[in-house]
Design a binder for this molecule. Structure first.
Ligand SMILES: O=C(O)CCC(=O)C(=O)O
Length: 295
């Protein structure tokens, strides 16, 4: 490989934003840069092996898993799906970490009601954590920054309308049944600023992600498998979306997560330090509050 090729592949996996955003610690930023270098080294090794026809080493399960290459689909300007963002092993490791975080007695997916019963904290079937990246700890933050940078980089390479983004907040959702989420747009201060993309990872069960730009437009169904990422930014940032969880698909790691989890990353610097205000989201409360106001 000559120097020109080395530079090109280094640029492929580097973060699309050169400046460290305020919400990302210096330590995490340094680790992201290191992780990018590891990714380049791994990619280069696989490319060299393929070029040199080392078919015997390519036949082991481990090596095949490492070559689980991502694929990119641009659906419309600003709306992109990146499939197979990581190896399954890496996906399972981060899912296990998120389940551990979600199981925390007070800061996770659950709350305890007046009778002492533990229940999901957003709806009967949905648990929710919305916090700044640092809350998730070093291991999860490293995974998030590395895989978000990769998804954004691949999306931007396919779609010139996709803006750059380094997240400072993460929303983690756990769905205990096949009930998904109704159609809405991400318009709150905690949903992100400007037209920076929302970067949304699917884990566990497959889903049908239903999108349209306006209420007048026909809905488009996008099938997302575990490990797939959907990004909407730029001209598609305010897209209407809803999620139908597939009944017929089982998780590829049913012992670990038989249900579904979603990780949505956002750039929302204006609410740094005010996360408590956005900690809970109970659609039922909002419904009853609005009903009272209408009366
Ligand atoms: O679960 C998902 O994939 C989508 C979540 C979502 O749209 C939201 O929280 O705004």
């Amino acid at each position: 490989m000559d120097d020109t090729e080395k530079t090109t592949s280094a640029m492929d996996y580097s973060s699309p934003v050169e400046e460290r955003p305020e919400g990302v610690s210096k330590k995490a930023w340094k680790r992201l840069k290191k992780a990018n270098m590891r990714e380049i080294a791994k990619k280069t090794k696989v490319e060299v092996a393929a070029r040199e026809g080392e078919s015997s080493t390519m036949n082991t399960t481990e090596t095949r898993e490492e070559t689980r290459e991502p694929a990119v689909e641009m659906l419309r300007p600003g709306l992109v799906v990146v499939r197979r963002i990581s190896s399954r092993a890496s996906e399972e490791a981060i899912v296990a970490k998120f389940l551990e975080i979600g199981n925390h007695p007070t800061d996770g997916f659950y709350e305890t009601d007046a009778d002492g019963n533990r229940k999901l904290n957003s709806t009967l079937t949905r648990g929710r954590i919305y916090r700044e990246l640092a809350f998730y700890g070093d291991e999860a933050t490293d995974w998030i920054l590395e895989h978000c940078a990769k998804a954004v980089r691949l999306a931007r390479a396919a779609d010139p309308a996709m803006p750059a983004m380094v997240p400072d907040h993460a929303l983690l959702l756990y769905y205990s049944t096949n009930r998904g989420i109704k159609e809405h747009r991400d318009v709150g201060a905690n949903d992100g600023e400007g037209d920076a993309p929302i970067v949304s990872f699917n884990f566990g069960k497959s889903v049908v992600y239903r999108v349209r730009m306006s209420k007048e437009e026909e809905k488009t169904d996008v099938h997302l498998d575990p490990g797939d990422v959907i990004l909407f930014g730029g001209p598609a940032r305010m897209i209407y979306h809803s999620v139908k969880i597939c009944r017929d698909s089982s998780s590829p790691y049913p012992k670990l997560l038989p249900d579904r989890m979603n990780l949505t990353l956002r750039y929302a610097p204006s609410i740094l330090g005010r996360e408590e205000e956005f900690r809970t989201f109970k659609p039922a409360d909002i419904y009853w509050k609005n009903r009272k106001e209408v009366k």
